[in-house]
Ligand binder design. Structure first.
Ligand code: GLA
Length: 390
């Protein structure tokens, strides 16, 4: 599969630009096991890189023109590499342009002499778009890794994660945290990334799903979510307002023991937003502990508690996600929750292998009975992070 995609992205590049690319870089999407909307609150997250990737074929040019194109649209987007700015006309190309802009920002502040040259870039991806599996971070990270190599900037993977996030915040205009890019860059096979989003300290924790006869199913509801829409920013603003009202620099500094005081000080909605983040941070710590002490079969309840908190307190679930979660649990999944930013996208269901058929068929049947769009259901495994392929 990987070899076919590499050959295909090379051929795509040659067809568009009439010469061969210098190399091909890949970066995976990610699924978040637990720790939702905690990253921009300087909290904990526990995602892993998945075996779905974006491939970017790239060559530098001798002028300052940056061109990006892809297998999913006929348009070639063009910009002056030294003057990339937020512009709706960039459409999806705002992700690669954002990475190119942010890496220059960082290079200019770190290196004495740095001059970016233009580049040609062609992209192919098998990360589903709009499913909450970070197709955008996969684009950003593949391009950031490539330009870091080709421009000889020398940034490490943590700095590259920040590059991806900056590009998304400033050039795309989505106020997202650092989780997705960290997972895409720091992932390891069969391991999840336990990330402290305050210190950016990351630890690889073995998942051991296969050894326990488990698979992680993705149930993509096909309800498209977009992080540039208002809901994500509104949640972030509520968290910041809640932290300020409690005299904290971020919700990372608020603990479960502080919730009583928070309830007295905050209005009901802000309090519930705060309670989600505070209890979710604790659930991440509990999940890592349970996984290490007693293995993956012991994390099911925590996954579902996370879902309930997002549904009731953070209010970012939708009927399709709730149905996917409840149906999967009724038919044998040991834990399930919505994953990613919310308002659509995918649910995950940690499922014993012998129950995969029953869970999948039941979810399909339930969605059909309720008149929902047909969901896409597939298993993912924890894969290695971004790398140069050829
Ligand atoms: C999106 C953002 C992340 C994170 C999640 C919610 O994926 O890109 O930074 O905030 O939503 O956990």
């Amino acid at each position: 599969m990987t070899d076919t995609l590499i050959a295909s992205v090379q051929a795509g590049f040659e067809a568009k630009y009439c010469y061969a690319p210098t190399g091909v870089w890949s970066a995976p999407g990610r699924v978040n096991l637990i720790g939702e909307h905690t990253d921009y609150n300087e909290g904990f997250v526990f995602p892993f890189a998945i075996n779905r990737h974006t491939f970017a074929a790239i060559s530098l040019r001798s002028d300052s023109v940056a061109r990006v194109s892809s297998s999913f649209s006929d348009v070639v987007h063009e910009a002056d590499v030294t003057a990339i700015a937020r512009d709706a006309a960039h459409d999806w190309a705002a992700y690669p342009f954002g990475a190119a802009w942010a890496i220059q920002e960082m290079a200019n502040s770190l290196l004495k002499e740095f001059e970016a040259t233009g580049f040609d870039c062609y992209i192919e991806s098998d990360v589903p778009v709009g499913a909450g599996l970070s197709s955008s971070a996969a684009i950003e990270c593949s391009v950031a890794l490539a330009l870091n190599d080709l421009w000889s900037v020398g940034l490490d993977r943590r700095q590259l994660a920040r590059v991806g996030q900056m590009g998304e915040n400033v050039i795309v205009g989505a106020p997202t945290g650092i989780m997705d890019q960290s997972a895409s860059l720091l992932g390891e096979t069969d391991h999840a990334v336990f990330l402290d989003c305050r210190s950016l300290e990351a630890q690889s924790i073995e998942l051991g799903f296969a050894a326990e006869g488990l698979e992680l199913l993705i149930i993509d509801t096909k309800v498209a979510h977009r992080l540039v829409d208002g809901g994500y920013a509104a949640r972030r603003a509520a968290c910041e307002a809640g932290a300020a009202a409690l005299g904290a620099t971020s919700l990372r500094d608020v603990t479960v023991a502080d919730l009583g005081r928070a309830k007295e000080l905050l209005d009901d909605v802000t309090y519930r937003r705060v309670r989600h983040v505070v209890t979710e941070n604790q659930r991440v710590l509990d999940t890592v502990k349970a996984l290490q002490a007693t293995g993956p079969r012991s994390i099911g309840k925590l996954l579902y508690a996370s879902h309930e908190s997002m549904r009731d307190d953070f209010e970012i679930s939708v009927d399709e996600l709730d149905t996917a979660v409840e149906t999967a649990l009724r038919h044998g999944a040991i834990g399930a929750r919505m994953t990613g930013g919310g308002f659509g996208g995918a649910a995950i269901a940690l499922t014993p292998i012998e129950k995969i058929g029953e869970v999948s068929l039941s979810v399909l049947a339930e969605f059909e009975a309720l008149g929902y769009a047909k969901p896409d259901i597939f298993a993912v495994s924890a894969a290695q992070g971004a790398k140069r392929e050829i």
